[in-house]
Every structure is written in C-alpha cells, then in structure tokens.
Design a binder for this molecule. Sequence first.
Ligand SMILES: Nc1ncnc2c1ncn2[C@@H]1O[C@H](COP(=O)(O)OP(=O)(O)OC[C@H]2O[C@H](OP(=O)(O)O)[C@H](O)[C@@H]2O)[C@@H](O)[C@H]1O
Length: 303
Amino acid sequence: MSIIEEEGDVTDAPVNSIILHACNAKGVWGSGVAKQLRKKFPEAFEDYAKKCKELDPNFDARRPSLVGTCIIKEVEYSKLQPGSRIHIGSLMTSLDYGKRVDSPKTILKNTRKALKSLKDQIPKINADNAKNGITPEIWAVRFNGGLFKVPWEETRAILEQVLGEGGERLENNIRIIYPPENAVKKPRKQSRKENQRLDTNYNLATPDFNDPIPADSDSTFTTPVDSRSTSTSPETRYAGSLRPLKRKMASNKTLRSTPRKRMVRPGRNKKPKDRERQGGSPSKIQVEQGIIQGKRVVSQGSP
Ligand SMILES: Nc1ncnc2c1ncn2[C@@H]1O[C@H](COP(=O)(O)OP(=O)(O)OC[C@H]2O[C@H](OP(=O)(O)O)[C@H](O)[C@@H]2O)[C@@H](O)[C@H]1O
C-alpha cells in the first residue's frame, strides 16, 4: 500500500477503482463532493439514501447505527462503456450535516470505525477483481476536510493508522485527490451588515499612528485615519472638524452633576457705596484718607 496526494478531480477516477468520500447518515448528498457523486453516479446515491432510511426511517437521529460504517456500492462506470464498474465508498463520519454536524472529535472517532469497516470489505472487492488481474486503486478526497471542517492532517493520520496497520496492510494503493487551488470556491462575500459591523469594530480600536506604513503599500493603502472619516461610530463621526470638540465641552458642562459653588464672603462683592449705606466698615484707604464721600471719619489717634 502506498499513499500519494495529487491534484485533480476525484470524479475522474478510472474504471475499477474505489472512490472514497465522507458523508452524513441522514440520506443527504446535498453539497460538496457528495453532490457531484450523486450527479455522476445516481445509483450510488439511491442505495445510500435507501440504507439510511431503512435504519432511521424518520431521520430523527434515534437510530444512528450507520454512523461509523462504510457503505460501498458497485455501479456502472459509464454508459459509454457497458459492463464497466466502479465502487463508491461512503464513510459515514457524521450523523448530521450543516449546523448540526458532529464535532471534529466525534467525526474522527467515527472515521476510525468507518475506515475499519472499509478495510473489512476490501478483500471481497479485491477477490472479485483478481480474476481480471486488477488490484483496485482507492481514490479518496481529503474527506472531512471541507464542510465537516476537520483539519485534513488529523484525518490522514487515522487513515494511515487504520489502513496501514502492521501485518494487515492493504495491498491497494491510495490516491488522495485534492482540487487545484483556483478551483476551490472563494469564501462567501460578507453581507453589507457584516461589513458594517467589522468596519465599526475596526474604527473603535485606537489606531496606532506610529505604525509604519508597509513598504509595499501603494497609493490606495487606507490608513486608519482615512477609514475613520467614513465611519459611523460615535467617536469618529466628526473626525476632522471642530464641532465634536465644542460638543464635548458643552456636554461636560451639562453633565456636571452638582453645580460648582462660589465661595462668597459676606459683603465682599458689595460696592463701597452700598457698604457705607449699610454701615459697613470703611476700607483701609478710606480710613487713611479720612473721608468717605463727604462724611468725616475720625481716625484712631486724632485729637
Ligand atoms: N471533485 C473534487 N475532487 C477532489 N477533491 C474535491 C472535489 N470537490 C471537492 N473536493 C475537496 O474534497 C474535500 C472534502 O470536501 P467536502 O466538503 O465535499 O466533504 P467533507 O468530507 O468535509 O464533508 C462531507 C459532507 O459534506 C456534504 O455536506 P451535505 O451533507 O451535503 O451538507 C456531504 O454530503 C457530507 O455530508 C475538500 O477538501 C474539497 O475541497
């Protein structure tokens, strides 16, 4: 047994080979590789869906006995080559799919069991092909590594352990097929709402203006300052104008909880005229001058 990884399309696997992929146990091949296989080999899908339904008629996950097994279905390879055969091996590594997909840990546990199930079925397939002097090759995708979101290295380690174990090594060679980089769908474009949220979050962070602008930046490089001016965050809505500063000062006044008290000593602010009328004490200068507005003041020590 050898394992090689190469670029390509798994649906181009040759006649007499075994295509290997992972799927849920709910009878759905709605996306990813499974969908492609459903389209090209509808017989394999019908067999899989029927088996899922037999074991769990309502697909309510009460009888998840297919998880951890491998369904292998032999189908016609091509209508153009009557009698030509290919096997589709479906590793049931998660009970459900989409948001209800099993955790990576559970998927890996199920993968180990499902690969053992595959290994148990291979001798019969090999025996059938031996008549024609063929040892079928296994063409696998990097299963679990797409919609099931399990890092491929972790799945591969289990594959090597189970299929390559000691004296029971498989004689079949394994080809891991991965799509060319430019064939992989780009991540979904973020919605306008998500973009706005990201934008706001970004602008709320205090930009470090001391950060050097990357050397390879071109004229379209957007600094945090530029993007702040288009932001709708409260802190930055008025970036570049004086209005926010004025508003800030105004709001400081109105926000003060207790009005500032002025310390006023009694009679302090009264005009000299008032002071005199009220019989207040004359100022030092008035005393020195001896006169307050026509009224003679007798200073101390005068005869
Ligand atoms: N033609 C091609 N040739 C070669 N490699 C190809 C390829 N097309 C894609 N790949 C790559 O093959 C890896 C696995 O990718 P996938 O996402 O398919 O599989 P998976 O094992 O993570 O997950 C399984 C669940 O995905 C679906 O989901 P539904 O239930 O329909 O919702 C199923 O039904 C299952 O349940 C990724 O590296 C893809 O880039």
